[in-house]
Design a protein around this ligand. Structure first.
Ligand code: E4P
Length: 217
C-alpha cells in the first residue's frame, strides 16, 4: 500500500520523508490556508521534498477555470497531480486533462457510482473520504470495498486513494479492503509504528541484556 501524507506543512513533510516510507503527498485548499504559504511556492517545495505524486487542488468550479488552473498547477513540477472535485464540471475537466497527459486526483468522492464516473473520466486517483462518511454514520471503509469491487469488475486502472483517514485502524481496514494508497495526517502516520507490546518487549529485552554484562561491539 502506498502511504501519502495529507499536509502542506513542509516541516511535517520533511519529518515524515525521513522515514523512507512515504510515497506521495496530498494537499487541499484548507491545508494550504493552514500553512500560511503562497500555494505555488508551497507546492514547489513539497514536490522537491517528496519525489512521488503531490496533489494540488484547483479551486475554480467551471470547466474552463479548472482547465486553466490545472494546467498551471501541473507546470509547477513534474510530480504534481491536479486535484479536482467530483462534480460534473470536475469530471469534464478531468477527461480533458487526462487526455493531455496530466494526472488527476478526483476528490470529495462519497459513493461507488461517483467513483465509477471518475474512472470513466480518466482519473489517475479517486479519493473517497472515509472519515467524513463515518462522521455521518455511513461506513467509510465499506465504500472502499465497494469501489475496489467495481474497479476490479471492469478493470478500471484508477487508483483508490483512501482519504479523510482518522485512525490507524482506518489504515488497516483500507489495506484489507484493497485500497491502493491511503493519505494520512502526520500524527496518524507516526501512530502506525506504535504497539504497547513492542515498547514493553524492548524494555524487557534490554533489562535481561543488561544483566548479562555483555556488549555486542
Ligand atoms: C485528501 O486528499 C484530503 O485532503 C483529506 O484526506 C481530507 O481529510 P479530512 O476529512 O480530515 O479533512
Amino acid at each position: 500500500m502506498q502511504l501519502f501524507i495529507d499536509s502542506a506543512d513542509v516541516a511535517e513533510l520533511h519529518a515524515a520523508a525521513a522515514s523512507g516510507l512515504i510515497d506521495g503527498v496530498t494537499t487541499n485548499p484548507s491545508l494550504i490556508a493552514k500553512s500560511g504559504r503562497k500555494m505555488k511556492e508551497a507546492i514547489a517545495e513539497i514536490c522537491s521534498i517528496i519525489p512521488g505524486p503531490v496533489s494540488a487542488e484547483a479551486v475554480a468550479t467551471d470547466v474552463e477555470g479548472m482547465l486553466s488552473e490545472g494546467r498551471y498547477l501541473a507546470r509547477i513540477a513534474s510530480n504534481v497531480v491536479v486535484k479536482l472535485p467530483l462534480t460534473e464540471n470536475g469530471l469534464r475537466a478531468c477527461r480533458t486533462l487526462a487526455d493531455e497527459g496530466i494526472r488527476v486526483n478526483v476528490t470529495l468522492c462519497f459513493s461507488a457510482v461517483q467513483a465509477m464516473l471518475a474512472a470513466k473520466a480518466g482519473a489517475y486517483f479517486i479519493s473517497p473520504f472515509i472519515g467524513r462518511l463515518d462522521d455521518i454514520k455511513v461506513d467509510g471503509v465499506g465504500l472502499i470495498r465497494e469501489i475496489r469491487k467495481v474497479y476490479d469488475n471492469y478493470n478500471f486502472r484508477t487508483q483508490v486513494l483512501a482519504a479523510s483517514i482518522r485512525t490507524p485502524e482506518h489504515v488497516r481496514d483500507c489495506a484489507l479492503a484493497g485500497a491502493d494508497c491511503a493519505t494520512l495526517p502526520p500524527k496518524i502516520f507516526a501512530a502506525l509504528y506504535k504497539h504497547p507490546l513492542t515498547d514493553s518487549g524492548i524494555e524487557a529485552f534490554l533489562k535481561d541484556w543488561k544483566s548479562t554484562g555483555q556488549s555486542i561491539l
